[in-house]
Write a protein that binds this ligand. Structure first.
Ligand SMILES: [Zn+2]
Length: 358
């Protein structure tokens, strides 16, 4: 899509051009991109990411405070200094309108709608102000983190948002625990603010990333490599047509077979597309025992998977952002922290801030 401003001699501006101008202006006036001092590391997290209230979080079959636990493991292990973590701002309504329709955002004023999207039925009974404060505010903070991550990755080579990766949500529809389309938002901000024109999404969550697929269905600036189990949610056959490179991994696939497929997929992707930014959706619901993903990848397999993706981008000098996405077993936080520690040990990331050693 052209980003050139329309001139007075041009044909009457179309609705599409108006929408694109509005989008650009919203992105340019956003406060989500802010300068981060070098004393911080490009690891993004806020205590307000974690969802916990009235025991509701226990009703969904997952650990809704995994984000905080990942950071606590990293800090306890001496991998990360608490003072070096970057706290993002919360995405405002104007920020969200970059991708979302007004009518979709209005629909979230219904607790019933939110309860359906996040798959926690009792949330339907709560007053919406409580849902906003306890559920949507944490998500909007995570969205702010996903958007900021691209700026940090451009500056530092990499960035990890210890949250985000809501890949089932598109501009006009949420689902599968994904209320906001943070991946689409991150990429649109990168187009405008970082002047990036080619983005590769590497989506290795167990589920198909139908949200970003729909949002970038006919956008040739975005190449989507999606490796997913086709036998589970969301069965979005329309969105599957928009995947640039589809790798299906059936239920029961084990670590070695999975990693061999990934090697092959990355090789093909690297030959087909030359991105200026890699968006890595690093869901851990491929872990053996995950009731939703139904794959059989070992914790060590996750570490090796993440290392492969980081090597892919870092060796080519492509800025990389990572989102933690799905995978909410109690063991997930530990596995993610171990993988981040491995990336640090291998020199693929540096999580020690310039303020000194941890
Ligand atoms: Zn998933």
């Amino acid at each position: 899509m052209s980003t050139a401003p329309s001139s007075s001699t041009a044909v009457p501006s179309s609705t599409a051009t108006d929408a694109e101008t509005l989008r650009r202006n919203r992105i340019l006036s956003s406060k989500l991109y802010f300068d981060v001092p070098l004393s911080k590391v490009p690891l993004i997290y806020s205590p307000s990411y974690d969802i916990a209230f009235l025991g509701i979080e226990k009703l969904h079959p997952f650990d809704s405070s995994k984000w905080g636990r990942i950071c606590r493991f990293l800090i306890a292990g001496g991998v990360l200094d608490n003072k070096c973590i970057v706290e993002p701002r919360e995405a405002t309504k104007d920020d969200l309108l970059v991708v979302h329709s007004e009518s979709y955002l209005n629909s979230l004023k219904s607790s019933l709608t939110v309860s359906i999207i996040i798959e926690v039925p009792p949330v339907a009974l709560l007053p919406n102000c409580l849902v906003q404060q306890k559920v949507l505010h944490p998500f909007r903070k995570q969205v702010g983190g996903s958007i900021l991550a691209a700026k940090l990755a451009k500056e530092r080579g990499w960035a990890i948002n210890v949250g985000g990766g809501f890949h089932h949500c598109s501009g006009d529809k949420g689902g599968g625990f994904c209320v906001y389309a943070d991946i689409s938002l991150c990429i649109h901000y990168a187009f405008v603010r970082l002047h990036i024109t080619r983005v590769m999404i590497i989506d290795l969550d167990a589920h198909q990333g139908n949200g970003h697929e729909k949002d970038f269905s006919d956008d040739r600036r975005v190449y989507i490599l999606d490796m997913y189990n086709p036998e589970i949610y969301p069965f979005d056959y329309e969105a599957r047509r928009y995947v640039s490179q589809k790798v299906e991994v059936v239920s029961g696939t084990a670590t070695d077979e999975y990693l061999a497929k990934l090697d092959e997929a990355l090789k093909v992707a690297g030959g087909k597309f030359d991105p200026e930014l890699v968006v890595y959706n690093a869901g851990t619901d491929i872990l053996d025992g995950d009731p939703l993903g139904r794959l059989k990848i070992s914790p060590d397999g996750i570490t090796r998977r993440d290392e492969k993706v980081f090597r892919f981008a870092r060796e080519r000098n492509i800025p990389l952002v990572m989102f933690t996405s799905g995978g909410y077993m109690k063991s997930s936080a530990r596995v993610i922290a171990d993988s981040i520690e491995n990336l640090s040990k291998k020199g693929l990331i540096d999580v020690v801030g310039s303020s000194g050693k941890v």
